[in-house]
Design a protein around this ligand. Structure first.
Ligand code: ARG
Length: 310
């Protein structure tokens, strides 16, 4: 059974009963009820009821098939009334068997947390609840660095800055707060994703869109990552959700990106898998938002033998 813990009692690594994973493991939620039903972000504006569920299902299945070939993928049952539940990565942030549960800012997404909570309990995760008054949107706004020793957390749109310390306390790790300054990049995962070093070196890479952050945030990013480890994307790639990338070992799963960015990633040693995700971009999401990581970091650096599928 999962246990709820409070901020002062966290000692996550000592809970032997939490799930143990032998392979990278993710949770996905089929887009059975997916639709752009309301507007929560600028990407959804103009797309209300303009997404195709059939195409969304085909695109989701495409990602599910590729991810399943290199990782365990568990499924969360989709629920009516939760059209954004397919973006399951926003419902929690997980590490070492501890799940920090989201407290969604938009009322339209709040019901999703209860469904994920129930599933996590059934799997034996320890729950770290977040207060309603300080919204926090899971992997949408908070990311571990590639080896799981520190956090980057965004505020300015959805997640509240006051939530950052509380989330970091779940694992006793340092957290760096970043301020989002462009409404198109309303979640951290739309413009910033830490990548593991494909060659196993200590320092990983950062895939990001610098213009989405204020000057102080850019300075913090530059202190953490030397220039040759910063992969700054163009506005064109950023607006195709290139930064909303799922990194597994040396492989980067993302949407359709420019040849220039693909070459930059390739030159750094990454294999790039480009996925067609147009229906989810209409809702404001990309590859990373469709899969919630359940297993721990770092993810082993192996060549996955995948070829781009588009
Ligand atoms: N419609 C969802 C929302 O606004 C989409 C989230 C998808 N995105 C992402 N951060 N990559 O909450």
């Amino acid at each position: 059974m999962a246990t709820s813990i409070t901020a002062s009692s966290a000692a996550p690594n000592v809970f032997a009963s939490t799930p143990q994973f032998t392979r990278p493991t993710f949770l996905m939620c089929p887009p059975e009820w997916y639709n752009v039903d309301y507007v929560l972000n600028p990407w959804m504006a103009g797309n209300v009821h303009r997404s195709s569920r059939d195409l969304a299902f085909a695109q989701w299945k495409g990602m599910h098939n590729v991810l399943r070939s290199v990782a365990d993928v568990r499924l969360l049952h989709p629920e009516p009334g939760c059209p954004d539940m397919v973006f399951v990565a926003h419902s929690a942030l997980i590490h070492n068997g501890v799940a920090a549960l989201s407290s969604f800012n938009p009322q339209q997404r709040r019901a999703e947390t209860a469904y994920l909570r129930r599933w996590l309990i059934s799997q034996g995760f320890i729950l770290w609840e977040t207060p309603r008054e300080t919204p926090f949107e899971g992997e949408g706004d908070v990311a571990f660095n590639d080896d799981g020793t520190s956090l980057w957390a965004a505020h300015g749109v959805r997640t509240c800055r006051a939530a950052h310390r509380h989330i970091a306390d779940a694992w006793h790790v340092p957290v760096t707060s970043l301020h989002l300054s462009d409404p198109r990049f309303y979640h951290l995962d739309t413009c910033f994703t830490p990548l593991a070093s494909p060659t196993g070196e200590a320092t990983g890479y950062i895939l990001y869109y610098p213009q989405a952050f204020d000057a102080a945030s850019n300075a913090a990013i530059e202190r953490a990552y030397p220039a040759n480890r910063r992969i700054a994307v163009s506005e064109l790639d950023a607006t195709h959700m290139a930064c909303c990338a799922l990194n597994l070992g040396r492989t980067v799963f993302t949407g359709e990106i420019t040849r220039e960015l693909a070459t930059r990633l390739f030159d750094a040693g990454f294999d790039v898998v480009q996925l067609e995700l147009s229906e989810f971009i209409k809702g404001g999401g990309g590859a990373k938002s469709l899969a919630l990581r359940l297993s721990d970091l770092p993810i082993t650096h192996s060549r996955l033998g995948l070829l781009p599928i588009s």
